[in-house]
Design a protein around this ligand. Structure first.
Ligand SMILES: O=C(O)c1cccc(O)c1O
Length: 546
């Protein structure tokens, strides 16, 4: 199969270099520079284990030497499915040192997703934990390996922890050769990779089907992180707590892990997303910044309000991944004594942040504005024509860190981009005169009820104003009469209100009658996807079939 990766034109590349956005430095070389600049500072904390920048650099060399011994080198794709432990970063930088390309799988992915990633990426190896969250990843890898067969690309499975008695699995501990020679087998700091090469493959957060692979170059991804570092004013005093999965772009580079390391700060990994675990780490490590998804916000707010924690070091909490209800935004800051920052981004590129000095109304009611002056944003109607500010339309974007084509997806690429290179995000937004965006919904997260379009988020926000409802998700399900009917899945402390009562409540709130859910189903909790978004597909699947 010969296929060329769609990318930026020569002229655009020259422009982004001239602007200083693209600096021509690989991640392997960056780690070397960081170690030289602040070698003795703590880069990474996982439980009782800590690595200085110098130690992280040495560790990357060791892991690289071990991976090189397996035959892994420049350009090879390696699926990394690791939980929030230091090994994620040791493996990541080991791969960067070889010019190899990590594929960011999520801890919750199973046979269907991992098999798909290995096939599409043509991955030569997978790196997995032994067990995580009561699941045996070695078992998963046996299934994936069997399914790929001898003709597949997969040659190695590296297991962090106990590889079990499968002779084919390589224990991570054995990869770490004790003392790689300085002149080692690996050429340069990045295995000969160029900064314009693909450095990693992220996954699309698409709401349907299997994830697409998003190629991110060293140049563009470093700029993604650096632009966020500037907006968030990170420096060497920054202590970032990684609560959400490390493989998630938000956690990794917005500014997250990479931004913190660029600034000379410290990354602390949280083994689980509970506020108890998080607050204990805030106290112990003096965490200054963290990021959450909206479903975590009420828990973190309640736990802080309950008192007993010293959160004095914490200064900014970012919330992104899905739309944050406005009243949750308003209560979070005071409860924790922090500045709230809304984050609306995409693994495909464009990142929007509210600014730390934005007035409260912008912070609470918008999802921020682009981080780069060279991010180009269009808001268009169904015919692709720009709409005036304040009017909802689809967000199209291109710029110095937004992809021009998914990896090995030529068919999809023909429709996912405009002829002049804008990525069609599928997100429906309103842009304010200030440039801030308000997310109204997803084109696909719309329920088309007999021609009347219902934006799920809009109804969900209103459902939350009902005193009995603490969480809600509106899902479209196939219906003979309407094409689609809407089902509200609600979480309530007591008994859920019926559909009639909900309709009356929404009417009272001023919503059009057709937006009232056709059905209300009480659930104990909303299921989440690997990155912490409400899993609407799972909810819809859970309904009894007609
Ligand atoms: O979904 C998001 O809002 C988001 C935010 C930051 C980074 C991402 O990749 C995202 O998908």
């Amino acid at each position: 199969m010969t296929e060329t990766q769609r990318t930026w034109s020569e002229a655009e590349s020259a422009r982004y270099r001239a602007a200083g956005h693209w600096q021509g430095v690989t991640f392997g070389a960056r780690l070397r520079t960081w170690a030289a600049a602040h070698g003795g500072r703590v880069a990474l904390v996982d439980g009782d284990r800590r690595w200085t920048y110098a130690e992280l650099d040495t560790e990357a060399d060791r892991v690289a030497a071990g991976l090189h011994g397996l035959g892994i080198g420049r350009g090879d794709r390696v699926v990394v499915q690791l939980p929030n432990r230091a090994e994620f970063l040791l493996v990541w930088f080991g791969l960067q040192r070889l010019g190899a390309v990590p594929v960011h799988a999520m801890p919750g992915h199973r046979r269907r997703e991992i098999g798909h990633l290995v096939r599409v990426a043509g991955a030569v190896a997978c790196v997995v934990p032994d067990r995580h969250a009561r699941f045996d990843h070695r078992e998963l890898m046996r299934e994936v390996r069997a399914e790929q067969g001898p003709g597949g690309s997969l040659r190695h499975v590296v297991v962090v922890g106990d590889p079990g008695n499968d002779e084919g699995f390589v224990p991570f501990a054995a990869l770490r050769t004790p003392a790689p020679s300085a002149s080692g087998p690996v050429s340069g700091d990045a295995g000969g990779a160029d900064a314009a090469d693909v450095a990693l493959l992220l996954l699309s957060g698409g709401t349907t089907g299997l994830p697409k692979l998003i190629p991110r170059t060293h140049d563009d991804y470093a700029y993604n992180a650096r632009a966020c570092v500037e907006v968030c004013a990170l420096d060497a005093r920054t202590v970032y707590l990684a609560v959400l999965p490390l493989g998630f772009n938000f956690t990794f580079a917005c500014p997250g892990v990479l931004g913190t390391l660029m600034a000379g700060g410290t990354v602390v990994v949280a083994p689980d997303p509970s506020p108890q675990t998080g607050y204990a780490l805030v106290e112990r490590e003096g965490v200054t910044l963290t990021s959450l998804t909206p479903p975590l916000v009420p828990h973190w707010t309640q736990e802080a309000a309950a008192g007993g924690w010293d959160l004095g070091s914490l200064s900014v909490v970012q919330v992104g991944g899905a739309r944050l209800p406005e009243d949750h935004a308003r209560t979070l800051g005071p409860a924790l004594g922090v500045t709230v920052q809304q984050v609306f981004g995409m693994a495909e590129g464009l990142i929007n942040l509210t600014r730390l000095d934005d007035p409260e109304d912008l912070v609470c009611a918008t999802q921020g504005r682009p981080v780069s002056p060279d991010d180009e944003v269009l808001v268009v109607d169904a015919d692709g024509r720009p709409v005036p500010d304040g009017t909802a339309g689809e967000l199209l974007t291109r710029g110095p860190y937004t992809l021009r084509g998914y990896y090995r997806a030529e068919e999809h690429n023909r429709t996912a981009f405009t002829p002049d290179g804008y990525y069609r995000s599928g997100d429906v937004v309103r842009r304010l005169a200030s440039g801030h965006l308000v997310v109204v919904g997803r084109i696909k997260d719309q329920i088309n009820r007999g021609g009347e379009k219902v934006a799920a988020v809009e109804v969900e926000e209103q459902l939350l104003t009902h005193p009995a409802i603490t969480a809600a998700a509106l899902v479209g399900v196939p219906d003979e009469r309407w094409g689609e009917r809407s089902v509200a899945f609600v979480v309530c402390a007591g008994t859920a209100p019926g559909a009639r009562e909900v309709a009356a409540h929404l009417k009272e709130r001023g919503l059009a009658g057709y937006k009232a859910p056709d059905e209300v189903v009480q659930v104990p909790g909303l299921p989440l996807t690997a990155v912490g978004k409400v899993d609407k597909a799972a909810l819809a699947r859970g309904l009894p079939r007609p």
